[in-house]
Design a protein around this ligand. Structure first.
Ligand code: ARG
Length: 307
């Protein structure tokens, strides 16, 4: 495996102050893992010959719920569907901002049945479901590609989310969208290569993007924790941050040194069985508490910025 040549010094720019915690990330939707299987292969990690063991899946997923609660987060659980073996990756069900749920329009038809359960769940929570496309018509949008960070909604596009969806997101939500083109086949969602840590810091793997987007990604983050390709492929960016606690499936020693040096606590979780579908901590959790104004500036009419 090669390590990226675009990774630069890990020494953060400027003074190293303690974390300025994100206001969001205190309430999550998870999907019960009872129906998790590998029935098809839509990303490079999925192998039909390597099926998850249900008892270990349950144990590992329970451990994730426990760790979220211990870190101070609230957890909502939606039942999975027997016809949707990937539904456990709740991050992709939709993007919740204020009282709206931008319902994902999955690239692969195998995942589109999930919305038959997710959309009514959002509505039942008082969230207004908004569709940018559905049932194969309209642009694809997968919520694992979108994060509020800094002055914008940062959105990865290419493997899953389509560029056209960025425009819909910006106008529907009245926000600025900063698009990043993903080019790495194994980092097919933004949440495998980008993880907001606090108001000015995020993990970023430039090797996930084309050159212009790699530069744009680094410019978006005042103090980036730059990951090599090899580091990112441990799924370490697929982590969740609750206040100053980082819940991680893996943490290379160098990454841990930087995080702890900044004042974060690292909690490592064993999620190997869930990795068989190609996702980890972040993919399994969907934040429900992102607010415009607080976490994401309002930009009337919306705006899309591409590298
Ligand atoms: N098997 C799922 C898929 O390929 C994994 C989703 C991982 N989720 C994520 N947010 N990256 O769609």
């Amino acid at each position: 495996m090669t390590t990226t040549s675009t990774a630069r010094s890990t020494v953060p720019r400027g003074a190293t102050a303690g974390p300025r915690p994100l206001a969001w990330g205190r309430r999550y939707l998870l999907v019960d893992p009872a129906h998790f299987r590998v029935d098809y292969a839509i990303n490079p990690f999925m192998d039909l010959a390597d099926q998850p063991d249900p008892a270990r899946v349950r144990e590992q997923w329970d451990g994730l719920v426990r760790a979220l609660v211990e870190a101070g987060a609230e957890v909502e659980v939606l039942a999975g569907r027997p016809d949707s073996p990937d539904m456990v990756y709740a991050m992709n069900l939709g993007l919740v901002v204020d009282d709206r749920a931008l319902v994902s329009h999955m690239r692969y038809p195998q995942r589109r049945r999930e919305q038959a359960s997710a959309t009514p769940w959002f509505a039942g929570q008082g969230l207004r479901p908004v569709h940018v496309g559905r049932d194969g018509v309209g642009p694809h949008l997968e919520a694992g590609d979108a994060f509020a960070f800094g002055d914008a909604l940062v959105v990865g596009y290419g493997p899953r989310t389509e560029e056209l969806a960025l425009k819909h997101l910006a106008t529907e939500l009245d926000v600025r969208v900063r698009g990043l083109r993903i080019s790495h086949p194994s980092m097919y969602h933004l949440d495998l290569a980008f993880c907001p840590l606090d108001e000015t810091r995020a993990m970023v793997c430039p090797a996930a993007f084309d050159d212009a987007s790699a530069a744009a990604a680094l410019a978006i983050v005042p103090e980036p924790l730059v990951l090599t390709e090899e580091e990112a492929l441990t799924f370490c960016a697929n982590s969740v941050v609750v206040g100053t606690t980082v819940l991680m499936p893996a943490c290379p020693a160098r990454v841990r040194r930087v995080l702890e040096g900044w004042g974060f606590d690292v909690v490592l979780l064993e999620l190997g069985e869930l990795h068989k579908g190609g996702g980890s901590v972040r993919c399994l959790t969907n934040p429900l508490d992102v607010r415009r104004g607080r976490d994401l500036p309002s930009v009337p009419g919306g705006e899309v910025l591409l590298p």
